[in-house]
Design a protein around this ligand. Structure first.
Ligand SMILES: [Zn+2]
Length: 264
């Protein structure tokens, strides 16, 4: 009975909201090099300590109407959004999703650890144009455990996927640099494509590369136009990481075969 409750998707939804609250701390502090374990949360505007009772995921944000209790400045919508997305991801990828596998609980926890890193990457890249190496190292470790212990494919299949994911964008970026004398694709993007290639295999990582470039351009251009003045538009970077992460999640966890959809 207890085991059933602890592995139900509703329990995982609750767990996901709590994890989302923790990811908010990581997303804010990691790129700013702030201690993320021992330091209590502060309002980013007035530095007032955030009371413990204001740390309840989603509910606190609604109760305080998205404003700091001290200075009344608006608190970013990112906070409830990260909690919501993490909650939904935990609900969808609870052990029930992995029921047909040999170790549903372990595989679910592994997948959710990977997704948590990807959610952090997504929002950090959106704000800072950075895919942090520290997160990439953890991601690499988790994906290695996943394919070494729980994959039906051979190790060679995964390694070829990783090499394709790394070398193809590296080559494109190198050619672009030679031709234009400018960096086209960031180092972080190339590294994450290599790591995700280990998980997806060669064909799907190529599809991911193509689809995420399309997505990046589709969403990136209006984002740039809206965010800053229009001077030297093409010289400004587009955060490509979110598009890669979104495409990876769809390729990996939905039955929607995006490759077929685009006629690969
Ligand atoms: Zn404040």
């Amino acid at each position: 009975m207890i085991e059933q409750t602890l592995t139900s998707k509703w329990f995982f939804l609750f767990l996901g909201l709590l994890v989302g609250s923790f990811l908010n701390v990581i997303i804010y502090r990691l790129p700013r090099n702030i201690d993320w374990i021992f330091k209590r949360s502060h309002c980013p505007h007035c530095q007032a300590l955030i009371p413990i009772y204001c740390n309840v995921p989603l509910i606190s944000f609604i109760l305080i109407r998205g404003c700091c209790l001290q200075c009344k400045n608006k608190i970013s919508l990112r906070y409830p959004l990260v909690e919501f997305i993490t909650g939904v991801a935990f609900f969808l990828l609870s052990p029930e999703y992995f029921q047909s596998t040999s170790h549903p609980v372990i595989q679910s926890l592994l997948a959710l650890s990977i997704v948590s890193i990807l959610i952090s990457h997504f929002f950090i890249d959106l704000e800072h144009f950075l895919l942090l190496d520290r997160l990439n190292m953890i991601l690499l470790g988790l994906i290695a455990v996943e394919f070494l212990f729980f994959s039906h494919q051979s190790i060679t299949w995964h390694v070829v996927g990783g090499l394709t994911g790394f070398l193809v964008p590296f080559l494109i970026s190198w050619i672009y640099l030679k031709l234009k004398n400018r960096i086209g694709l960031g180092g972080g993007d190339i590294k994450i494509l290599g790591i995700l290639g280990l998980s997806l295999g060669a064909q799907k990582i190529m599809e991911t590369l193509f689809l995420s470039s399309t997505l990046g351009i589709l969403f990136g251009l209006p984002y740039l136009l809206w965010n800053q003045n229009k001077k030297s538009l093409l010289a400004r970077p587009i955060p490509f990481g979110p598009a890669i992460i979104l495409t990876y999640a769809l390729q990996k966890y939905t039955s929607l075969n995006m490759g077929n959809f685009f006629g690969f």
